[in-house]
Design a protein around this ligand. Structure first.
Ligand code: FAD
Ligand code: UDP
Length: 403
């Protein structure tokens, strides 16, 4: 590891060198959003991109690297790829082979490990058979077999068995988990947050039902390396936006960091949630039956994931990652989650108006740039659409802007 003074000296000299170079694009953030845009711009438009990231690696929050025992670790929390978009799947498949993987989650409810999303198997695991039969029948009669019902809708829907079941699932699966994760109850958030994990009127125990579900065979970092291997893309890690904003000459900018940071917080800070990840090695081959175990009620963490279920390496020992949600404190931890709720939609508006004034010169994208709770495939889809519908059109109609 270079010492701090060496890092800053080398960064200063690199910055001085880049000052003399001109790029067509400066893209801030080397996660799914920034990397997809860099790849598209270089490959399709033949333009030169500087892709800067403040971290010492590419791949954003999807970054992975092998531990000593060979198990691939997701440094910023477990990442499972899933999408219904044939387009995103085809696009990413250019840069990786895949390892088939269906994610399964068990939740600790009243001392038992039951399938999450809560489904008919969870009901039979928790209630006596006759009571379970009657609740299952009520679900099927009201919603139909195979349907998925957001918990907030289920609670509104019923009387009798359904009311009991809705309240039970709310109290035992959603309420405290959500309070730990977000620092507030389910009703304070946009309903879409808890609807990500709807109650399933089926016996399908998979966490996701998307058409495409798999893990990149050699990991996310390798996928990103292949994506960014292009003579027109220069990657600058350990490079802050503020290191390059006034020194590098670029005709156009894409910013995938926090939108409030870009505008110097001039309309106030937007709230985020952070997480502390605790990694543990266990001297046994496997510690849990499924990829993830959720703890909706007990403890101050939300879930523990055993990496090798996801990534497939074989090892004598095993590694788990436990997630402790935290308040976000600027400069102290990472802004992992934008918080979807009416108040933040309002707070975002002036930033979106400022962003519109920069149209044609600066674009925003990604989980932090758009302040949107995207999964990886959604970040990639948003970047592909931004490229096709806006960026490619702007460049092709206007030609290369004056340097
Ligand atoms: P990011 O990956 O966050 O990349 C943004 C990059 O910008 C970062 O590398 C950051 O260092 C850089 N940056 C920010 N500000 C600056 C600055 N000022 N200067 C320089 N660089 C800057 N999605 C799934 O599909 N499946 C999952 O299982 C899944 N699990 C997740 C688990 C956790 C705990 C978290 C937090 C997220 C998970 N996600 C998952 C979501 C996934 O991480 C995001 O969808 C994806 O990373 C978004 O990509 P992005 O490029 O928009 O943002
Ligand atoms: N959720 C819950 N209990 C669970 C699983 C999920 O209350 O056992 C709620 C919680 O509010 C969570 C949201 O559903 O933040 C979305 O869950 P998901 O697993 O999609 O969250 P992520 O993987 O993005 O952290």
């Amino acid at each position: 590891m270079p010492r701090k003074s060496q890092v800053s000296r080398s960064r200063a000299s690199v910055t001085a060198k880049r000052r003399k170079l001109a790029y067509d694009w400066l893209i801030v953030g080397a996660g799914f959003s920034g990397a997809t845009l860099a790849e598209r711009i270089a490959t399709e438009l033949g333009q030169k991109v500087l892709l800067a990231d403040r971290r010492d690696h590419i791949a954003g929050n999807a970054y992975d690297s092998p531990a000593k025992n060979g198990i691939l670790i997701h440094q910023y929390g477990p990442h499972i790829f899933h999408t219904n978009s044939a387009k995103v799947w085809a696009y990413l498949s250019r840069f990786t082979e895949w390892r088939p993987y269906y994610h399964r989650v068990l939740g600790m409810v009243e001392g038992k490990q039951v399938p999450i999303p809560f489904n008919l198997n969870s009901i039979y695991a928790l209630f006596p058979p006759r009571m379970a039969d009657s609740m299952v029948q009520a679900l099927i009669d009201n919603f139909g077999y195979g349907k998925k019902v957001p918990i907030l809708k289920l609670r509104e829907a019923g009387a009798g068995d359904l009311k009991f079941l809705g309240d039970y699932i709310y109290n035992n699966v959603f309420d405290s988990y959500t309070r730990k994760q977000w620092g507030m109850g389910p009703e304070a958030l946009d309903p879409g947050v808890t609807a990500r994990v709807p109650v399933a009127v089926s016996r399908d125990d998979r966490y996701f039902q998307d058409t495409y579900q798999a893990m990149p065979l050699h990991g996310y970092t390798e996928l990103f390396k292949r994506m960014l291997k292009h003579p027109l893309i220069e990657v600058a890690t350990r490079t802050e936006w503020t290191d390059v904003k006034d020194t590098v000459r670029a005709d156009r900018i894409i910013f995938t960091g926090p939108i409030d940071e870009f505008f110097d917080y001039s309309f106030g800070t937007l709230p985020y949630r952070s997480i502390r990840f605790e990694q543990r090695t266990h001297d046994v081959e496997f510690v849990q039956e499924t990829g993830t175990l959720n703890y909706p009620n007990e403890f101050d963490f939300t879930r523990t994931t055993e990496q090798k279920h996801l990534t497939g390496q074989k090892a004598r020992d095993t590694i788990t990652i436990t997630e402790y949600p935290q308040a976000y404190e600027r400069g102290k931890n990472e802004p992992y989650y934008p918080i979807p709720m009416p108040e933040t939609t309002e707070a975002l508006r002036p930033y979106q108006e400022e962003a519109r004034k920069l149209d044609g010169k600066v674009w925003f994208a990604g989980r932090l740039g758009d302040y949107a709770y995207y999964n990886m495939d959604q970040a990639c889809a948003r970047a592909l659409t931004l490229f096709e519908k806006t960026i490619a059109l702007a460049v092709r109609s206007g030609g290369a802007p004056e340097a």
